[in-house]
Design a binder for this molecule. Structure first.
Ligand SMILES: O=c1[nH]cnc2c1ncn2[C@@H]1O[C@H](CO)[C@@H](O)[C@H]1O
Length: 536
């Protein structure tokens, strides 16, 4: 044998091996059109150029920037990049993101917008456990609540000497009279908004462990809940969520709503608005937004929204039965709105699915009796564990027939489960920014997303709790994913595949799904054409 024939044999074997190795990937470029391949190259060039320019420059407050770095620190660089402008609708049309399949409704509206909505409501009051001073303003948390008219307070404010701990002050007074030595009303806004978000110091310094950041994270929901769980605010909140999502290029939504509280506070300040009324409000706003889109000639940009019924995994198995019955009753009355069922909350601290196995199996039986179909769409494996209760949730979720898996961060440790997800088409709802801020990964290049994709597991990219993390819409997550799947093999078409799969693995069916995919496809083609026109 000559050297040159050895070489030829090696070359061929190499090409075959590479091809075999890549054969499972979900984002094979050969499916792409010529235009997409060109756009893909352009975007990769921009990404490489920006990695060598804007990400290499000195930034006064950012010591060692790099693409895919901690989101809360890198955010200010991200928004200056051309890549971000391409994905966001800065140049029309932006990237069509497909469906948002994993978000918690309580954390989907920008915190300052929520505060503005709240300030219009005279019934809303606020209290704290100790008078707010310059030394405790960083740690004391506001609690909000709408009160009945006869309990309205005329107390001056939270910073006055006369403030009695835990007494209610109207939101307007609390803001107006927030002591000027603390910074006045503007500081009040910052304080409230800061209590509803996670800041970089918390994520990367003071609360830099999974356990500690979850404590801060959980506290943000306690604060915002007092504002959202009020019937006069709820419809405006949903409208804002839907419209801001549409503006970011999201065409369909499956949002988790937390039904833990059995009632919302009504206009009269009493806790008397049951779950079905929440759905009536949701449906009304949904139809209004659709009508508005129609008027603007933008029907194709928004297919609709549904709800994944959720409660928190600290209730007892007995209590869960009540929620499961409630979910069935709502599904029967609003079949078009209820998309699935889930249990939420910190998997590392709260009850694993196996603790609820009896009621969950019973739920499937009850559905048959009632002639409804409510898929499980479980959170599972949002953990660094291996064989821990949170990690083991993956086994139970899959055995219970989960339609998708929320997070599934630890799935990559389980070869059999990866295969099952691939074969059965169980998609993962991957939330890269959430995972990083909640300390499962310290930067994007360490995230397991590319592993999942290369093993052929379908993935929908999601934002999880954008109001808390500051990743409103899906553009930031697509940006971070674009960096983390930054590979010599694929680029923009990977993002396209993620968006397409979000619709493919949604609970949309039949004609509705075909329409959603066809609309997405035409938006994608326009997006590609836009890149080719503007970026060469
Ligand atoms: O990433 C997550 N994993 C699990 N639970 C979550 C996540 N994000 C939010 N929640 C939970 O949803 C409820 C608000 O509706 C909160 O209890 C919060 O803990």
């Amino acid at each position: 044998m000559t050297i040159s024939s050895d070489l030829e044999v090696h070359r061929q074997a190499r090409a075959t091996l590479i091809d075999e190795d890549r054969s499972l990937r979900r984002d094979r470029l050969e499916r792409a059109s010529d235009a997409e391949v060109k756009a893909d190259h352009l975007v990769r060039e921009i990404r490489a150029a920006e990695a060598a320019t804007i990400w290499q420059q000195e930034h006064p407050s950012i010591p060692h920037p790099f693409p895919g770095m901690e989101f809360l620190t890198g955010r200010e660089i991200i928004v200056k990049t051309r890549l971000f402008a391409i994905l966001r609708k800065v140049r029309i049309p932006g990237m069509p993101k497909g469906a948002l399949l994993h978000c918690h409704l309580d954390a989907t509206v920008n915190a300052s917008v929520l505060l503005k909505l709240a300030l219009k409501q005279p019934a809303l009051h606020v209290r704290v456990t100790e008078r707010v001073t310059s030394s405790n303003v960083g740690s004391v948390l506001p609690e909000f609540r709408a009160l009945p008219r006869n309990e309205y307070s005329d107390a001056l404010g939270l910073t006055d000497d006369s403030y009695e701990p835990s007494s209610w002050v109207s939101l307007t007074n609390a803001r107006k009279n927030f002591n000027s030595s603390l910074g006045g009303p503007e500081r009040f806004d910052e304080w409230v908004i800061g209590a509803m978000m996670i800041n970089p110091t918390e994520a990367y310094k003071t609360h830099n462990t999974i356990k500690k950041i979850w404590q801060k994270f959980t506290s943000t929901f306690l604060v915002s809940m007092g504002l959202i769980r009020f019937a006069p605010i709820f419809p405006d909140y949903i409208r804002e969520f839907l419209k801001s999502s549409i503006e970011d290029g999201i065409s369909y939504i499956e949002a988790r709503i937390n039904f833990l509280y059995k009632h919302m506070i009504g206009e009269d300040g009493k806790e008397n608005v049951p779950h079905r009324e929440w759905l009536v409000m949701f449906d009304r706003v949904l139809n209004e937004v659709k009508a508005e889109m129609k008027e603007q000639g933008r029907v194709g940009e928004f297919i609709g929204a549904r709800i994944i019924y959720s409660t928190i995994r600290f209730i007892t198995p007995e209590e869960l039965k009540w929620y499961l019955e409630d979910c069935i009753a709502l599904k029967k009355e609003f079949p078009h709105l209820i998309a699935g069922f889930d249990l939420v909350g910190d998997e590392n601290q709260l009850k694993p699915l196996i603790d609820y196995i009896e009621p969950l199996l019973w739920f499937r039986q009850r559905q048959k009796e009632e002639g409804v179909d409510i898929p499980f769409i479980f959170h599972a494996g949002e953990t660094l564990g291996d064989g821990s209760p949170a990690d083991n949730n993956l086994y139970d979720a899959i055995l219970l027939g989960t339609k998708r898996i929320g997070h599934g961060f630890s799935l990559v440790k389980h070869p059999k489960l990866i295969e099952t997800c691939r074969q059965k088409g169980i998609a993962l709802e991957v939330c890269p920014i959430s995972n990083e801020i909640l300390r499962l990964t310290s930067s994007m290049p360490m995230h397991p997303l590319p592993i999942l994709l290369n093993y052929g597991v379908p993935v929908a990219l999601c934002s999880d709790d954008p109001a808390v993390f500051g990743n409103m819409g899906l553009t930031f997550d697509f940006f971070q994913a674009g960096v983390l799947v930054a590979s010599e093999v694929t680029g923009l078409s990977t993002l396209g595949q993620l968006a397409r799969d979000s619709l493919e693995y949604s609970t949309l069916e039949g004609e509705e799904k075909r329409r959603a995919l066809a609309l997405w496809e035409s938006q994608w083609n326009r997006f590609i054409a836009g890149i080719l026109e503007e970026e060469h």
